[in-house]
Design a protein around this ligand. Structure first.
Ligand code: PMP
Length: 445
């Protein structure tokens, strides 16, 4: 096959970019060369407001000296140690620190922590822990996993199987024995809802239907994002997550929250579990765990789940699972410094104090041409545009390119614009970002 000559510029061909239209990008690349606080510096020297906290991860903003210094110290002291059958202080310290803020509430915190290298790994780890748990308590027939349409749970085979995005599943085989709930987005009844929409709690009953269809004794776990991010910011209807928890309880099904985006303050509480008052059995996290600066993920497990797996003859390995980089010392050091920043600056709850102004700014976009829905919660928003006839996705993509050129980084998926700025954002920056965005949407009309 002859190769497409994708670019005349030297140096762009070797890097095969993830989740990117490589040929399109390389014909007109957008490069970021530096970052500080709320801003990136583009290759042409222009300042670009980070409207997405990188990929929903740089919650404390960019260029945090404290994290850089902690990483440097750790690298100089202990750069790596085997993660299997060996320990080092940073991983234990970080786990203890995380346990102190663990989701689930003070009475029954999910304070047993398994480290991974990414969100995808956290999801697959949580699914495997759920399966291992069911087997350990004598429920080995429970092998079925339930996900949800329009769910995004990373790109591992477990994650794409419980995920509900056709393009992630079309080319690749998925796990057998996986079923999906319907997604909760109702553009008619809940259009332009502020915060949690009113309608749709009954969609949780899809899980009852699957129980009736397959038998509860075949279902191990149900996984959802409390707020679905990547597929367009879908906010759970009032009462939905509570109802899902109730159904799981009735049928011995573990509930897993994928909090890779919502964890670490995005919704104005440390985790979505507190925002919604729902306690899952397992929580998958990554991204904000280390402010995005060193790859790392963590699964928070309830003591009941953890303890059920701590039996059996010594010296058997209780959970036959783990990664070379589980609890990586440098990542753990970055995580400890990140958590200290979050705590010292009140960032795990800051979004709550900005939410009203954030919502008002987002809903000011109502009436802007081609805006057909607006959704918000905490410091996250989805802005849905009417697709151009015959060219779905092109309108939002044009807005994305235009915004970047004019100094704002947004994220688009199809014709939905997602915003999730660092939690250090100031009110004036919110206003600036939204007016720049409104102009770009008008121009793309
Ligand atoms: N789960 C959710 C909810 C996510 O948003 C993401 C990433 N956007 C992932 C899992 C996967 O994380 P990673 O890209 O770190 O593997």
């Amino acid at each position: 096959m002859t190769s497409n000559n994708v670019s005349n510029a030297p140096g762009l061909d070797a890097y095969w970019m993830p989740f990117t239209a490589n040929r399109q990008f390389k014909a007109d690349p957008r490069m970021i060369v530096a970052a500080d606080g709320m801003y990136y510096t583009a290759a042409d020297g222009g300042r670009v407001l980070d409207g997405t906290a990188g990929l929903w991860c740089v919650n404390a903003g960019h260029g945090r000296r404290r994290i850089a210094e902690a990483v440097e110290r750790q690298l100089a002291t202990l750069d790596y140690a085997p993660s299997f059958q060996m320990g080092h202080p940073a991983a234990f310290d970080f786990a203890e620190r995380l346990a102190a803020i663990a989701p689930g509430g003070p009475d029954a915190p999910l304070d047993r922590i398994f480290f991974t290298g990414s969100g995808s790994e956290s999801v697959d780890t949580a699914l495997k822990i759920a399966l291992a748990y069911q087997r350990a308590i004598g429920q080995g027939t429970r092998t079925r996993l339930i996900g949800r349409e329009r769910g995004y749970h990373g790109v591992g085979f477990g994650g794409i199987s419980v995920g509900g995005i056709l393009n992630n599943r079309r080319v690749f085989p998925t796990l057998p024995g996986v079923d999906h709930l319907r997604h909760t987005h109702d553009p008619v009844r809940n259009a332009f809802a502020k915060g949690q929409p009113e309608h749709g709690a009954e969609l949780a009953d899809d899980l009852e239907r699957l129980v009736a269809l397959h038998g509860a004794d075949t279902i191990a776990a149900c996984i959802v994002e409390p707020v679905a991010g990547s597929t367009g910011v879908l906010i759970p209807p009032k009462g939905y997550l509570e109802r899902l928890r109730g159904i799981c309880d009735r049928h011995g099904i573990l509930l897993i929250f994928d909090e890779v985006i919502t964890g670490f303050g995005r919704l104005g509480t440390p985790f979505a579990t507190e925002r919604f008052g729902v306690r899952p059995d397992l929580v998958a996290t990554a991204k904000g765990l280390t402010n995005g600066v060193i790859p790392m993920g963590a699964v928070f497990a309830s003591r009941a789940v953890h303890d059920a797996l701590m039996h059996g003859p010594e010296p058997a390995i209780e959970l036959f699972h783990g990664y070379t980089y589980s609890g990586h010392p440098v990542a753990a050091a970055a995580g400890i410094a990140t958590l200290s920043i979050y705590e010292d600056e009140g960032l795990l709850t800051r979004a709550a104090s900005l939410e009203e102004d954030w919502a008002a700014s987002i809903h000011d976009l109502r009436g802007t041409r081609h805006v057909i829905d607006l959704r918000n919660l905490g410091l996250i928003a989805g802005i849905e545009l009417e697709p151009r006839p015959g060219a779905p996705g092109s309108r939002a993509y044009d807005v994305f390119v235009d915004c970047f050129r004019r100094g704002l980084l947004i994220r688009v998926t199809g014709d939905i614009i997602a915003l999730s700025p660092p939690l250090i954002i100031e009110r004036g920056q919110i206003t600036d970002a939204i007016s720049l965005l409104a102009e770009a949407i008008e121009r793309a009309a």
